[in-house]
Design a protein around this ligand. Structure first.
Ligand code: APR
Length: 226
């Protein structure tokens, strides 16, 4: 089976009702990254940061996957599909994708703020000051904050190096190292991009300049008919 690697960003979840970050109504228009999405912010005002992610988690449990997520599951009928997502929602998993790699963490997980490897599933539960990990340390969101290491970038890079087909959906490609993954895709592998706005990429791509729910279906239809 040919390997398809799909790099997704906030745009694939937009039509499910989850805000993106850099669109006009995006999250970074309402909050400053340095107040809610860095380790310093967490040290300075842990309650604000915990509540920011509690709000994101509550929103996640109000929404459903959309047609774009579902079309990527359909692709698994013909291809070995690996989703590499920057999203911290679990909509790909809810839709039924079987191979999902999160680069920036997952809202439904938390970890000890003393041991990055001590991760616990919390589902839709809030995290509050005083909530402890098994090692007795404070629980923090299992989210990669700006400036923190991206442990899954190595396996993501390995996947891209072996991609027969690469699809980019709903990301402004503003944030590294995720945005650099496209450079590891073999030059001979066709690339597709789905986004209503123009996104600058460093190699030829077949672009579907439209929203994910219609654009992803067109890409999947094309690949299923090959
Ligand atoms: N369908 C497809 N794409 C869409 C849609 C839609 N309905 N709506 C918006 N988009 C596109 C936007 O045009 C934009 O290119 O989704 C992209 C969203 O870009 P960002 O808001 O920058 O989100 P993302 O690229 O995922 O951000 C990357 O930055 O803030 C950090 O960690 C955070 O994972 C995030 C990372």
């Amino acid at each position: 089976m040919k390997k398809v690697v799909v790099l997704t960003g906030a745009g694939i979840s937009a039509e499910s009702g989850i805000s993106t970050f850099r669109d006009s109504d995006g999250l970074w228009e309402q909050y400053r990254v340095e107040d809610v999405a860095t380790h310093d912010a967490y040290l300075r005002n842990p309650k604000l940061v915990l509540d920011f992610y509690n709000e994101r988690r509550r929103q996640l449990f109000q929404v459903q996957p959309n047609e774009a997520h579902r079309q990527l599951v359909r692709l698994e009928e013909r291809y070995d599909v690996h989703i590499v997502t920057q999203n911290i929602d679990n909509l790909h998993e809810q839709a039924g994708s079987s191979q999902v790699l999160h680069l920036h963490g997952l809202l439904t997980q938390a970890r000890s703020d003393r041991d990055d490897n001590l991760i616990v599933d919390i589902g839709d539960r809030d995290i509050h000051l005083g909530d402890k990990a098994p090692d007795g340390a404070q629980l923090r969101p299992h989210i990669v904050w700006f400036g923190e290491a991206v442990p899954n970038i190595e396996p993501a890079t390995e996947l891209c190096e072996k991609a027969d087909i690469f699809i980019v959906v709903g990301t402004s490609l503003n944030v590294y190292p995720a945005a650099g993954l496209i450079h590891y895709v073999p030059r001979s592998s066709p690339c597709y991009l789905v986004d209503p706005k123009a996104v600058s990429v460093s190699r030829p791509v077949t672009t579907f300049a439209e929203k994910a729910t219609t654009g992803v279906k067109k890409v999947v239809d094309e690949l299923m008919n090959q």
